[in-house]
Ligand binder design. Structure first.
Ligand code: SF4
Ligand code: SF4
Length: 376
């Protein structure tokens, strides 16, 4: 599989040429319109019928939930289509690898069923819109008033949603991460990861591998985690006590800023819009608080002082057989998380970096079979 990305650096689209810039402008403009100017998409306001792009999706929306499309329905449909179409491309590209086949089918399934069809049907039944696999802190609005109110007013199903959302964060995520590392979520379940692995695959080599980027990554991603924790504590405190200002900060303003800066600008405009220029995992590396949480859990497991060394590491490390390495650099080049895999391979060091999402691509593109993703 070593020549799987043959020609990547000669294409204008995948080597930051004019086609890449054009696509980046189109994608970022699309996100800006979606978030802040949806009327340009033809969204009918004040009861007026949809026109333009949104109007084109009305028949599908009527069929699925008995009401006209919204800009978010259009986005969800296009997002899912991108994962499905580019997922099929990825499946063909890696048809020899069982691990790549299973995890790609997994992200295609979770996006289509959990993130798209089920929430739309729930909405059609006048139940809260809910993506059961989007877990706080990635789902930053889970504890916001409007979402809590929607769940609390939805009877048994709403209480189940509330219970599930809390259990997913407090119990399910730590348990699965303990056994499988962060890969179970980032490379098998998450919608952001799913888009990165499929639609973002042609751009994975553009990730910044420098140590400066690694330093920035650690600071920024854990800062976002602190931001979402503070924001959530503030809005919950306001809900319980009625005090709007928590330590001189208006909790409503804090959540609005989080939504604007992180939820929209970072995850969408930069995270996806810049795929063709910065690679496919900018959001996952630098911005996703869930990735930070999973990384902390993974690190706790790896550094757990009381368990047997080999047993605990064997669960989700990448082992190296550096004696066979020919220094081609494929592994580092195609690591979407910017990890300098070659350096680890040459020092015969296992890779247990908190940022590794266990995509297995470094192993797949190594021409010498040096790298082995454990627990595959
Ligand atoms: S080190 Fe390998 S498995 Fe981990 S993120 Fe990079 S390419 Fe994927
Ligand atoms: S481990 Fe060595 S041989 Fe394998 S892809 Fe990396 S640099 Fe090339």
């Amino acid at each position: 599989m070593s020549d799987i990305y043959h020609g990547t650096w000669f294409s204008s689209l995948t080597s930051r040429g004019w086609a890449a810039w054009l696509l980046a402008v189109i994608l970022t403009a699309g996100y800006v319109i979606l978030y802040w100017f949806p009327s340009i998409m033809g969204l009918g306001s004040d009861g007026a019928a949809n026109t333009g792009l949104v109007g084109l999706f009305d028949p599908l929306s009527m069929y699925m939930k008995g009401r006209p499309a919204s800009e978010w329905f259009v986005y969800g449909t296009l997002y899912t289509m991108a994962i499905l179409v580019m997922g099929i491309r990825f499946l063909i590209r890696y048809r020899g690898s069982r691990y790549q086949t299973y995890r790609t089918l997994s992200v295609m399934f979770f996006q289509t069923s959990f993130a798209f069809i089920l929430p739309e049907i729930l909405q059609g039944l006048n139940k809260p819109y809910y993506d059961f696999k989007s877990i706080w802190p990635l789902n930053h609005y889970f504890f916001l008033d409007y979402n809590l109110d929607a769940m609390l007013q939805a009877g048994t199903l709403g209480y189940f949603m509330l219970f599930w959302g809390i259990a997913a964060f407090v119990l399910i995520t730590p348990i699965l991460t303990w056994f499988f590392g962060k890969r179970w979520y980032c490379s098998w379940v998450c919608g952001c990861g799913g888009l990165a692995e499929t639609a973002g695959d042609p751009f994975r080599h553009l990730s910044d591998k420098s140590t400066t980027a690694w330093r920035i990554e650690k600071w920024v991603v854990y800062s976002v985690l602190v931001f979402v924790i503070l924001m959530t504590v503030a809005v919950l405190t306001t809900r319980i006590t009625g005090f709007r200002y928590i330590m001189l900060i208006d909790s409503g303003t804090l959540s609005a800023w989080y939504g604007f800066l992180i939820g929209a600008a970072f995850s969408g405009v930069v995270g996806v819009g810049f795929y063709p220029l910065l690679g496919s995992r900018v959001w996952c590396r630098f911005g996703c608080p869930m990735a930070a949480y999973l990384g902390i859990l993974q690190t706790i497991k790896v550094r757990w002082p009381w368990s047997d060394e080999k047993k605990r590491l064997s669960k989700f490390r990448i082992t190296t057989n550096g004696g066979q390495c020919i220094s081609c650099g494929n592994c580092s080049t195609y690591c979407e998380m910017g990890i300098d895999v070659k350096a680890y391979a040459q020092q015969q060091q296992d890779i247990i970096r908190a940022s590794c999402v266990g995509c297995g691509i470094c192993s797949a593109v190594c021409p010498r079979g040096v790298l082995k993703l454990e627990n595959m």
